[in-house]
Design a protein around this ligand. Sequence first.
Ligand code: SF4
Length: 399
Amino acid sequence: MKPICIAPFVGFDWRGNKGFDKKFEGSYRPCCDAQYHDDISPLYLVEEFKSVQDIMQNPLAQEIRKSLLSGEFHTVCRGCERLSKQGLKSPKDKYNKLLDQIDEPLEWSVEKGTESENIYLLDYRSSNLCNFKCRMCTPSNSNLIAKEEGVGEWHYDDTRKVSEMVDHIPLDKLVLLKFAGGEPLIMDEPLKLLEKLGDLPNLTVVVLTNLSKLSERALNALKSAKVKRIHLQISIDGTGDTYEYIRTGGVWSNLLKNLEIVRNLESHSEISMGVTFVAQLWNAYNIPDFARWFLEVESKLIGNPHSYYPKIHILHVIQPYLQLGNLNADDLKMIRNQLIEVFDGQSEENLDLMLKPLLKFLVEREDKKLQEFSRVTALLDERRQTSLLSLDSEYTRYL
Ligand code: SF4
């Protein structure tokens, strides 16, 4: 019998944060889409790295595999379950599609994943080391935010050695290797892995990046890897001053320069790029400008019709106090109208990828959280010596 999702059978998601008491090496999830048991605890804490097979055989992984093999979603898979019950696509569909790229028969095993114990999929986050403090991000994803918030336990420990795990990841069977962070392109572990890749024509590498730092080492690693594709999924949450306001540490002109560099990179692998945009109150009035910018540059800067991700991935921020529905009805209408104008005459694809999701988020909330929005904005503005009102006086109504 085939499991309803193959992800925990063929690989795993690894987060190398040391956690509150530094008593563990990192944490396991079956995939990056799995939900935590509660709000804070990672899923399965690995105290000491022994081998990749040892991680694959942890008790939680076995429990999840048992469920999925018997046709039931495990509790950590509740996101996929909800979407599937609504008849919608869920993350499990994209993982199940990876089967097409695995060119050997697989024998499912609750204990080990597959009888061969090969790893085909790895989502690898070596730590929270980051050079940005994006306002909607969290300490577990940026050591600079951890430092700013005084949650020292989440700090990236710069005395720590490069994780031993890097030397033990079997690369030869991988079809998807994804790096996230923090910022993977400034971390030793992802670069070390990229440098080790060799000739792997079946492998797609995905790097979730802010694209702010392209060191010679990073560029050489991107150039020399001989894989099927390297896809850079770049987080851009606005244009110009809005980009710099939200993505503290980022410089708009530098980002544009780096997009050009990647666009012109001569590599042994096919290079593609895509953009992830998180819609939120802090970029609300910039959304039409961002859309206009993206539509203008997509073929020049981003253009690659075969991207692993869609060329643009529009998300809505998770925190309720930052969601667009906190705006008043007039402002929501104004932004909606501006957007409809921007997308006039655009392709069906662009309407589906950009306009439709944005319009879905531009709906007034009944339970507005403006007090919290005002509190967090004031706190971060004070800490970072910035001013939302200088960015756009429209915010006067909300602070
Ligand atoms: S069912 Fe969904 S959450 Fe569970 S392992 Fe598969 S993709 Fe991940």
